[in-house]
Design a protein around this ligand. Structure first.
Ligand SMILES: [Zn+2]
Ligand SMILES: [Zn+2]
Length: 164
């Protein structure tokens, strides 16, 4: 994306809209995209400082990290990224570096998406997950594993104990 005109025109605004390439967007639990992520917004030259603002929207089809239930989730990732034409001091690492007058919009959008997305998907905040012993969905109620031992397991344990 060539920003030459924008760079030399204080007060200018340049709208953008771009669908993200899905190659780098590979997360555990993310099964597919119901709607591909699209970044949309405007780049503004305000007193010779360039800032990209907008958002990335997508509709994800995910599997819950705890109970494996599949569900859809809409995400909207806000963008507010200062752009810099040259390396700044390390005190302000949050800007995105241009290559000359050129902005790698794909890279900016994909990086923002990857950094901002939750690392694990849960079908709901308080998902209780599956019982590690019997595999029952604990969101549907307790499975009874903790309270009473499976009598067949108790017999097996007894047999193992007896061998000592
Ligand atoms: Zn769940
Ligand atoms: Zn159980």
């Amino acid at each position: 994306m060539d920003l030459h005109e924008l760079l030399i025109t204080p007060g200018a605004r340049l709208p953008f809209r771009k669908e993200l390439s899905l190659e780098r967007l590979d997360f555990p639990g993310l099964l597919s995209f119901r709607a591909a992520p699209v970044g949309e917004g405007v780049i503004e030259n305000s007193a010779d400082v360039l800032t990209l603002r907008g958002s990335i929207r997508a509709r994800l089809h995910c599997a819950c990290d705890r109970c494996a239930r599949e569900f859809d989730r809409d995400v909207e990732i806000p963008l507010d990224v200062p752009l810099a034409t040259e390396l700044q001091d390390e005190e302000s690492p949050d800007y995105f570096l241009l290559e000359g007058d050129d902005l790698d919009l794909d890279d900016l959008l994909e990086t923002s998406f990857i950094l901002d997305l939750e690392p694990r998907f849960l079908c709901r905040e308080d998902c209780k997950g599956l019982c590690p012993r019997c595999g029952a969905d604990l969101n549907l109620g307790p499975c009874g594993c903790k309270k009473e031992k499976d009598p067949r397991l108790a017999v097996l344990e007894q047999l193992l104990d007896d061998r000592d």
